[in-house]
Ligand binder design. Structure first.
Ligand code: CDP
Length: 215
């Protein structure tokens, strides 16, 4: 097996935070594959390429001038860590990620994150496509309402009321978009462990993953 822990799951499930902490605990590298799709969407927008134009977006993804440096995400040398987190770019990421040529263009780049020391990779198809021989595969999820609350806290929005309802609706819309597309639908692999974090803290979730790895 590959020295990889693959953590897949739906939007705002907390897999990014959990994956990062697990990587830190093990001294492994971390891959935020969603960030690559987000950067691709932002790059396409800036270069005036339509998110539905498969050939154009794939060409941009193939030569993506992106770098991950000290927790920041750089595009053409500019820190775009905040810019790629908007819900609009999230939707764009979901759209460009539905194009097979774009997924193909980003495949080797994702695999290149695996070095000597091991890798924790988070996304939608880490266990199924990118690292099928991962030593541990996890499907990390939480209820839609819990995920909306986590997203709201993350961006400093209230946990009830109209603005909260809008966050919840956006999460459900992206779940639906990710579920309906023909390519890379999010699925729980039979061999993946199910980790429902609805009632778990981050620390408890991290511990669970480490316990499974050490088993
Ligand atoms: O943070 P959040 O879970 O909302 O999104 P993300 O992980 O940054 O991913 C953004 C979008 O990229 C998702 O809605 C997916 O459509 C797409 N994606 C994908 O198709 N495959 C991956 N391995 C990662 C993300």
């Amino acid at each position: 097996p590959q020295k990889v822990i693959a953590i897949d799951g739906p939007s705002a499930s907390g897999k990014g935070t959990v994956a990062q902490r697990v990587a830190e605990a093990l001294g492994w590298a971390y891959l935020d594959s969603g960030a690559l799709y987000r950067i691709t969407a932002l790059h396409a927008r800036r270069r005036g390429a339509d998110w539905a134009d498969e050939a154009a977006v794939a060409a941009l993804a193939q030569a993506l001038p992106a770098e991950f440096a000290a927790g920041a995400v750089l595009l053409d040398g500019e820190d775009v860590s905040a810019a790629i987190r908007s819900e609009e770019i999230g939707m764009g990421a979901s759209q460009v990620a539905a194009l097979p040529a774009v997924r193909e263009a980003l495949l080797q780049r994702q695999r290149a994150f695996l070095g000597e020391q091991g890798l924790v990779a988070d996304g939608r198809d880490m266990g199924s496509v990118v690292f099928p021989d991962a030593v541990l595969k996890i499907f990390l999820t939480a209820g839609a309402k819990v995920r909306a609350e986590r997203r709201a806290r993350q961006i400093g929005e209230p946990l009830s009321g109209e603005r909260f309802e809008r966050i919840l609706a956006a999460i459900e819309a992206r779940d639906e978009a990710d579920r309906k597309r023909a390519v890379a639908p999010l699925q729980k692999l039979p061999e993946a462990r199910l980790l429902d974090t609805s009632a778990l803290t981050i620390e408890e979730s991290v511990k669970k993953v480490l316990d499974w790895y050490r088993e």
